[in-house]
Design a protein around this ligand. Structure first.
Ligand SMILES: CC(C)(COP(=O)(O)OP(=O)(O)OC[C@H]1O[C@@H](n2cnc3c(N)ncnc32)[C@H](O)[C@@H]1OP(=O)(O)O)[C@@H](O)C(=O)NCCC(=O)NCCS
Length: 181
């Protein structure tokens, strides 16, 4: 008798939404640590900062049997207290195994900018690592400046809000599908 290896489970769709449940928020923090401390070595041990005190975490969730089961992507957004209408996105990360598979980065950026737009955002900015500038340009962002941050080349970039209609139900968010193999 020949036993075939059991194929690894691959979720076919993902939810991208505000991280509301405590387990979702904890898993977002763990993924950030994994990507920005362990993988990229930008921060040592812990990447949290004072912005986390008032930022809104967003998550991309994989699904199993129709239920969400794990955080595989994250980003956070916040409004600048001294400049109402100015919002920033930061700590965008997708789990390595899911990069390029289901437009999770694009989905996270969509929920980030569109939910801020619905909350009165008039300007949405991010410091983008140089190697990701092309991704953001393809998603209707423009580079305003080039600068070094954490010893690495970044661009200050701004989203074209016309490409991000206000999203009024970010607790529900959107669904992205796995790309055909
Ligand atoms: C950057 C990152 C979030 C992108 O996530 P992702 O889920 O792989 O991105 P997507 O699948 O949504 O990509 C959307 C499109 O942009 C393309 N793309 C992805 N990364 C790109 C890059 N660095 N440069 C150019 N294009 C890129 C994809 O091929 C895709 O194009 P397609 O729709 O024609 O196939 C992910 O690579 C990551 O977590 N990197 C490590 C963390 C990091 O660098 N974060 C800082 C971001 S400033």
């Amino acid at each position: 008798m020949i036993f075939e290896p059991f194929p690894a489970y691959r979720p076919s769709y993902f939810h991208v939404k505000f991280a509301t449940a405590p387990w979702e928020r904890q898993a977002c923090a763990a993924l950030r640590r994994q990507v920005f401390c362990t993988e990229q070595g930008i921060f040592e041990g812990d990447d949290r900062d004072t912005i986390d005190g008032h930022a809104i975490p967003i998550c991309a969730l994989s699904t199993l049997g129709g239920e969400t089961d794990a955080v595989v992507g994250t980003v956070r957004i916040h409004e600048v207290a001294k400049r109402p209408g100015e919002w920033w996105g930061s700590r965008l990360a997708v789990s390595k195994a899911f990069r390029g598979t289901a437009a999770l980065g694009a989905g996270l950026i969509q929920v980030a900018v569109s939910s801020a737009h619905a909350r009165g955002c008039t300007r949405f900015l991010a410091h983008v690592q140089e190697r990701n500038v092309a991704l953001f340009q393809a998603l209707h962002w423009e580079s305003l400046d080039a600068l070094d941050l954490h010893g690495r080349p970044h661009h200050l970039m701004q989203a074209d809000l016309a490409a991000y209609p206000p999203m009024r139900d970010p607790e529900t968010g959107l669904v992205t599908l796995r790309k055909a193999a």
